[in-house]
Ligand binder design. Structure first.
Ligand SMILES: [Zn+2]
Length: 537
């Protein structure tokens, strides 16, 4: 029998300032006692109807709001381009019904459970699977009720806006989610999830997704992608090549990653030259499976081309399990150069996601693993760090380099000037904490004047929560419509220019930037769809 371990202890001082009675939760399990100091303020709203305002997220100024409505009408029905995200391809390969609401909406979504955790709700009580054998809540209805009792925490957050959209538009829920309505809403969603209209492929079609990219380890055999391609379903799902684990030579997991690479490559990796050969071959394999991009997560976007002997020596040290953190930093800098070089050869678009200090909370990482809402932004420097790469490849027409950031202070100071000069550079859409109403707005405000919109890469939902895709694109398209409407109201652009810009941001720019033209197995259908929209105008 597994020994039950204690929960990760929260700082009692933090919660001592909000004394109030225990939260009455139906079927309360022992876990829920840890939430007793969390104030419950949702009773008044318990039977309120759930409605989405048609002008949500638009400026209250009538001159902006009127144009924002018009511009949003221009884009709301365009197909969704989803060029970067973390949906598990197995979901679409198997096309099985989603099990029940908690497994769909809560357990896989760290945007949701991180905020509840920050307010004293143990992740164990939300049924998040553990690695160390600690018991977790097993009854999904109980987890859902805990979630509903804390739904008020999401007011004013993009997660709250996405959830309301999902509940209302996707699942047809018409009452606000509270502790009192929790089980009624749960049953309503659970019933729908069992119907054919809520199978993953049916939802993919309902969201009007033209193409969806997943993110896959470089050593992944892409079996689920193959199964999708072999099926009679014509939705377009493509992989993205992510080799990070192979570049982290100081990590204890590196040796396993190299063994996996040798396994899929068919020969053991004993030299740096064979390592590069294997990477180039994996990239070709990914491209043959529809991939158009690579993705690289690094702490700093530091680049430097090392002398051949030093690269070989670092690799040998890694094979001897003696590589240090300093070795890894230099090796990653060199490998970003190599990835850019290979992109000029095979045409894969290169994405860099720097500036996330992953797994900041050691105890949470030990118990639950990665992607648990504890990846924290750090100050990030681009201009000096990327200088070597951009001098080598930044003007090469074969390279597209998409830069993301979690450091908003870099938008106007570094990123927009870099994208406004180097032909290869495009700015990726705001990510993690910043794909919000205000975050998307700040991005446009701080980059457009220097880089224009055509040096940005368009929106991506970056989500592992499949059911939130429609809601996330709806929010982004509304925010961009509102930003452009502000330009119209101040006579910076006219309405017809803003219409073109809205369409470009929502559809044409992401499709072109990530080289997804011609990838869709339904391209003709989409073309017809857009032509019909043109005819309506
Ligand atoms: Zn991502």
């Amino acid at each position: 029998m597994r020994r039950r371990r204690p929960y990760i202890v929260l700082n009692p001082v933090k919660f001592a300032t909000t004394p109030c009675p225990p939260t009455p939760v139906a079927n309360a399990a022992p876990y829920v006692t840890a939430t007793r100091n969390v104030r419950r303020t949702d009773t008044q709203a318990s039977s309120t109807p759930l409605a989405l305002h048609p002008d949500r997220f638009f400026d209250p100024d009538p001159s902006i709001r009127r144009v924002a409505r018009e511009l949003f009408e221009e884009t709301r029905h365009l197909p969704l381009i989803c060029p970067h995200g973390h949906v598990d391809p197995r979901v679409l390969a198997e096309n099985r019904p989603f099990p029940e609401p908690t497994a769909v909406l809560i357990t896989p979504d760290h945007y949701i459970f991180r905020l509840m955790y920050s307010r004293g709700v143990p992740m164990e009580s939300l049924g998040i699977p553990t690695r160390d054998g600690t018991a977790t809540a097993r009854d999904p209805r109980e987890v859902w009720t805990t979630f509903a009792a804390h739904y008020y925490l999401f007011r004013g957050t993009p997660t709250g806006a996405w959830l309301d959209h999902e509940l209302h538009d996707l699942f047809g829920v018409r009452v606000k989610l509270t502790a009192d309505t929790a089980l009624h809403v749960y049953d309503e969603i659970a019933e729908k999830l069992q119907s054919p209209e809520f199978l993953p492929r049916a939802l993919f079609d309902r969201f009007n997704i033209e193409v969806l990219a997943t993110t896959d380890a470089a050593t992944d055999p892409l079996d689920h992608h193959q199964a999708i391609r072999d099926s009679d379903w014509d939705g377009t799902v493509v992989p993205c090549f992510r080799p990070d684990a192979l570049f982290r030579i100081a990590s204890p997991e590196w040796a396993d990653a190299i063994d996996r690479l040798g396994g899929v490559h068919g020969t053991s990796i004993t030299t740096f030259a064979t390592f590069l050969d294997a990477l180039a071959e994996r990239r070709r394999f990914f491209a043959s499976m529809g991939a158009t991009s690579t993705d690289h997560a690094v702490v700093d976007p530091y680049t430097e081309r090392l002398p051949a002997l030093e690269a070989e020596a670092l690799f040998a040290r890694a094979l001897g399990r003696a590589a240090t953190a300093a070795d890894q930093r230099r090796f990653e800098a060199h490998m970003l150069m190599e990835m850019a070089r290979m992109s000029t050869d095979d045409g894969l678009v290169m994405q860099i996601h720097p500036g996330s200090l992953r797994d900041h909370h050691d105890a949470v990482a030990a118990r639950f693993g990665p992607d648990m809402g504890a990846d924290m932004p750090i100050v990030t420097e681009y201009t000096r760090n990327l200088r070597a790469l951009l001098n080598a490849y930044g003007a090469d027409p074969r390279l597209t380099l998409i830069l993301y950031t979690l450091d908003e202070s870099t938008y106007a100071r570094e990123l927009a000037p870099l994208a406004g000069h180097y032909p290869a550079v495009k700015l990726g859409s705001p990510w993690w904490f910043h794909d919000s109403i205000e975050g998307l707005t700040r991005f446009r405000q701080q980059t457009t004047e220097t880089a224009g919109i055509h040096n940005t890469a368009g929106f991506n939902d970056d989500t592992r929560a499949f059911c939130s895709i429609g809601a996330r694109h709806d929010l982004a398209r509304r925010v961009d419509a509102n930003f452009l409407a502000g330009l119209v109201a101040r006579h910076i652009v006219d309405t017809s220019e803003a219409r073109e810009m809205a369409r470009a941001l929502a559809y044409e720019i992401p499709k072109a930037t990530y080289k997804l033209n011609g990838v869709s197995r339904r391209a003709e259908h989409s073309g017809a769809h857009i032509a019909s929209l043109e005819a309506v105008r």
